[in-house]
Design a protein around this ligand. Sequence first.
Ligand code: HEM
Length: 322
Amino acid sequence: MVYHMAGVQLTKVKGLPMKKFIIFLFGAVLLNAREFIGKVPLVESAKEVHFTGSHLNSPELLHNILHYQAWGELFVYFQVHWFRLLFGAVSIAVLVIFLLHYLVIGPKVFSHEGRKFYIFSLFQRVIHWIAALSFIIIVPTGFMIVFGKYLGGGDLVLNARYLHDIGAVIFLVSVIPMFLMWLIPMLPTIDDIKWLFIAGGYLTKKKIEVPAGKFNAGQKLWFWLATLGGFVMILSGAVMYFQDFDITLLKSLNLDQIDIDRIAAIVHNFLGVAIAALFITHLYMSVFAIKGSLDSMKSGYKSEDELKHLHSSFYKKLIGKK
Ligand code: HEM
């Protein structure tokens, strides 16, 4: 099949329907963006920007915003057409896929009798609980902000925003220790490629021995997105929260203060969609797909049956050591 993306003809795209779908979605975004930029009758560009101390909270505010530039148009375009759609469509798609998975394939049940292995230390569990608490606040309030228009706006959405900020501070406490404590076992290995080829064994009802170390490829993907992506979320969130910077470097790049806020908002929203989707996935896996998985989050112990099947390489090493 031949695709056209932003005027460029792409060659044949073979492979999974999902791959085609992602290419199509990406192409559609680019095509629409190209159509949109430069054609929106927003405000006229000012020739120069006046700074009087504060760039945003000053009597010159409007004048500064008049310096509209493509970032403003791009931001409005995404804001009007894509952010809500993506948040809604991606989260509904993820929920439907997991509902189908639960109904058709069903959860994996492992025996919790017999030997147990101590996997997560108390420190790791405390950090993980802090991160979990923060996301339980951040994700729903994030959705409330995105869909605030349909909630009537006002105090409800404003309070959701305050809570979202509090959640972000709680997450900030956990993100660096989490990154450091799991960094080494989260590095990629050959097992990850094998794991991806069999989709982690999640597409079969059978209990098979899946190639994985202490963490599998899916868990690693979540780790990197949650920690590095989480860090970018904090950074872009902070830019939007504090707003008013006087960064001389920006001016040399022909970027305005307000452009940085727009870029931060674009990054925060797109990355937010990906993190929310994987967070829902993480919850589904821990609470529904693998029965009893939550035990390790509480006690630090995993059952031999679970380790043998879901982390077979790690299990062999453990047994070897014993
Ligand atoms: C209510 C929220 C959460 C629940 C119920 C939950 C549950 C769990 C469980 C049961 C495990 C152990 C999985 C296993 O190895 O069998 C786990 C691991 C992990 N969790 Fe969470 N978690 C939550 C939130 C979070 C958050 C917010 C983050 C990151 C910001 C996170 C990051 C991780 C990572 C990196 C691991 C190790 C790899 C993995 O198992 O995915 N979790 N979680």
